[in-house]
Design a binder for this molecule. Structure first.
Ligand code: CA
Ligand code: CA
Length: 406
């Protein structure tokens, strides 16, 4: 058993205990728990729709969807392996990628205890994580991130939640474009509340309470989804000119089409933030990509959670243990995971982006915040934890929104 296989098995064990009910179907080579029965057939530039039909031939009946945004590709399901082998040799086909499964990165231990997942709105509390990153000190300066646009690529957002609804300015369901992006799981609503729950008299308050939220549904009610839907979500965010994307999701598979989508977002000026993962091992994708701010999870004593993924790809740490936030319907819940850490950084990025950039921060001197400049500022103002300087557990340290906007 080589190291990679062993790591994959460990990840499967963690997922079984951590994510719970997910139908585990087949193990393809090198894909482990991320294996699916779908493929992404990427066409070369300039291949027309009718040419794609002709190239696919009989495989057209295996097609589930045609990606229509930046990526020129068709998604096939249950396609015959030998026919795929032939297809890969076609000169109009650039590449065939695995349409891997991506997972929401929260742990379900709190939910398993029962009772806490559907709290009722009481007098507003300042969740410990928002307090810890000093977001509330930024609001006192008149900056609550209005009108920065934050896309939450997740299970959707509870569109009618009284602590979120008035901040939701757009929505998109990448799984089925005719359906709503309302959250049928709870995970996306929890993440959204950490970014931008309303600063009113009830429930909770998010780190960037006047940011505009965009609900982008790529994960199903079970908390998992297909990479192709995440890619469509990223390209929708580019189309809508969003400023920040939060992805509290991940896969252990490094897929070229995923990396390409993240690079497109970066080139469009979008700061992309993602959860590191909950395996205790290597950082998941997209968090591991250089163009993404990968976030590990800390507890209330500023110690990394034992299950938080770690490695040189961790850029920052943020609160991710026992985080209270909005949930599906009009509920509230306490959850843990790097899923909860990532949106703290997304909120800090939104607050920073809403502050005029200084010449000393403006690496390319165009007067605008670029993703790399946001990342650099958040890192240089983070509170160093663990070993002195950047380290694999905490990256540059615990994000601090107030220090960043100073
Ligand atoms: Ca509130
Ligand atoms: Ca350190």
């Amino acid at each position: 058993m080589n190291y990679k296989t062993f790591g994959g098995l460990l990840a499967v064990l963690v997922l079984f205990t951590g994510v719970g009910a997910f139908a585990f179907v087949g193990v393809a080579q090198g894909e482990g728990e991320n294996a699916s029965n779908r493929k992404i057939v990427v066409f070369k530039e300039g291949v027309s729709d009718s040419e794609k039909d002709a190239v696919l031939g009989a495989l057209s009946q295996n097609r589930i969807k045609r990606l229509t945004r930046a990526l020129s590709a068709d998604v096939l399901e249950n396609a015959d392996a030998s026919k795929l082998g032939e297809l890969a040799k076609n000169p109009k086909v650039k590449r065939i990628d695995n349409d891997v499964i991506v997972y929401a990165l929260s742990r379900t231990e709190e939910l398993a205890k029962g009772g806490s997942q559907v709290g009722v709105a009481a007098a507003q509390v300042l969740p410990w994580g928002i307090d810890r990153i000093d977001a509330e000190l930024v609001w006192l300066t008149g900056n609550s991130a209005n009108p920065i646009k934050v896309g939450v690529i997740d299970t959707g957002i509870s569109l009618s939640h009284p602590d979120l609804a008035s901040n939701i300015k757009g929505s998109y369901n990448a799984i089925s474009t005719k359906r709503s992006a309302n959250d049928d799981n709870g995970h996306g609503s929890h993440v959204a509340g950490i970014v931008a729950a309303l600063n009113n008299t009830a429930g909770v308050v998010g780190g960037a309470p006047q940011a505009d939220l965009y609900a982008i549904k790529a994960l199903s009610a079970s908390g998992s989804g297909y990479l192709s839907d995440v890619i469509e979500s990223i390209d929708w965010a580019i189309f809508k000119k969003l400023n920040v994307i939060n992805m509290s999701l991940g896969t252990t598979a490094d897929v070229q089409s995923f990396h390409d989508a993240v690079i497109r977002a970066n080139n469009a000026g979008i700061t992309v933030v993602a959860a590191a993962g909950n395996s205790g091992g290597a950082v998941n994708y997209p968090g591991a990509y250089n163009e993404v701010i990968g976030v590990s999870a800390t507890d209330s004593t500023n110690t990394i959670a034992s299950w938080s993924s770690r490695g040189p790809e961790v850029d920052l740490a943020a609160p991710g243990v026992s985080i209270y936030s909005t949930y599906k319907g009009s509920g509230y819940a306490t959850l843990s995971g790097t899923s909860m850490a990532s949106p703290h950084v997304a909120a800090a990025a939104a607050l920073l982006m809403n502050r005029t950039i200084r010449p000393s921060e403006d690496a390319n001197t165009n007067g605008k915040w670029e993703p790399a400049e946001i990342k650099a500022r958040l890192q240089s103002t983070a509170t160093d934890l663990g070993a002195t300087g950047a380290d694999p557990l905490y990256g540059a340290g615990l994000v601090n929104a107030f220090a960043a906007v100073q």
